[in-house]
Design a binder for this molecule. Structure first.
Ligand code: NI
Length: 143
């Protein structure tokens, strides 16, 4: 996105939602989200409302407007310091464990964790993020 650049600090995709931490140099997060939504919808036409209803004839799903790739809206928060940044990065990495998809965060392939561990962008002990790791290490990151 040349006009509205951003850097991905953390990103995790799960079956029904995602979390991410983006670094931007201005305050216009909303324009980035609408572009991300528009571009991914275009890139994944099989999830568009028209095609979705063609493939899935479940009326109640259509009524609940689950027939497009994205739901309306999102929750946004501005990170104010380094400790808070670490908390949110950890939150993203830990989320697949929290939602019980895996027991160790590195087992979840749809996040930045494994790649950023290899790049040394995340602390090496994040390779061991599971429930007990969070219980014993979270205090260290408490802002
Ligand atoms: Ni979640």
């Amino acid at each position: 996105m040349r006009t509205h650049p951003f850097e991905i600090e953390a990103w995790v995709v799960m079956p029904d939602h995602l979390h991410c931490v983006l670094r931007i140099m201005d305050t216009n997060a909303p324009v980035r989200w609408s572009k991300i939504k528009a571009l991914t919808s275009k890139a994944l036409p099989e999830f568009s409302a028209k095609n979705y209803s063609k493939h899935y004839k479940n009326k109640s799903r259509q009524k609940r407007q689950l027939s497009s790739l994205w739901q309306k809206g999102y929750w946004e928060h501005t990170i104010r310091n380094e400790k808070e940044l670490y908390m949110y990065l950890l939150y993203c990495c830990y989320n697949p464990v929290k939602h019980r998809y895996v027991s160790n965060a590195t087992e979840w392939p749809y996040s930045t964790l494994n790649r950023y561990l290899r790049n040394n962008r995340y602390p090496p002990d994040w390779a061991y993020i599971n429930e007990s790791w969070v219980d014993s290490n979270l205090a260290a990151y408490d802002p």
